[in-house]
Design a protein around this ligand. Structure first.
Ligand SMILES: [Zn+2]
Length: 111
């Protein structure tokens, strides 16, 4: 089955919007929080900085997925499961445009 071009165009739009959103969040997170000069403030700053680091790691991972999905659109392999090479269910792609494995592979915990 040839992948629907309209569907791909729509997914690309979603991916680009997601990418812009993630990049914006990433920039906000990179700013070290500054609440003041007191000891309590510094402790809180550090705590928030730590929290931000894990959020940042998640953001970066997502961004990577979004970017590779965009690349696969260009290569014409978008929507293909990276494990079993079958088509990923379109319902799943609508929910997660950057999904790179199909529902059954996900269930089987192959990735
Ligand atoms: Zn699969």
């Amino acid at each position: 089955m040839k992948t629907d071009e309209k569907f791909i165009a729509k997914q690309k739009k979603l991916l680009l919007a997601e990418k812009a959103k993630l990049e914006k969040k990433n920039i906000e997170l990179e700013k070290y929080p500054d609440y003041g000069r007191g000891d309590d403030d510094s402790a809180r700053e550090y705590e928030d900085f730590e929290t931000n680091l894990s959020i940042e790691a998640q953001l970066k991972m997502l961004l990577k997925k979004v970017n590779s999905a965009l690349k696969s659109i260009e290569k014409g392999t978008y929507g293909q499961c990276s494990v079993c090479k079958k088509e990923i269910e379109s319902g799943r792609l609508k929910l997660i445009p950057y999904a790179d494995i199909c529902v059954s592979c996900k269930k089987n915990g192959k990735k």
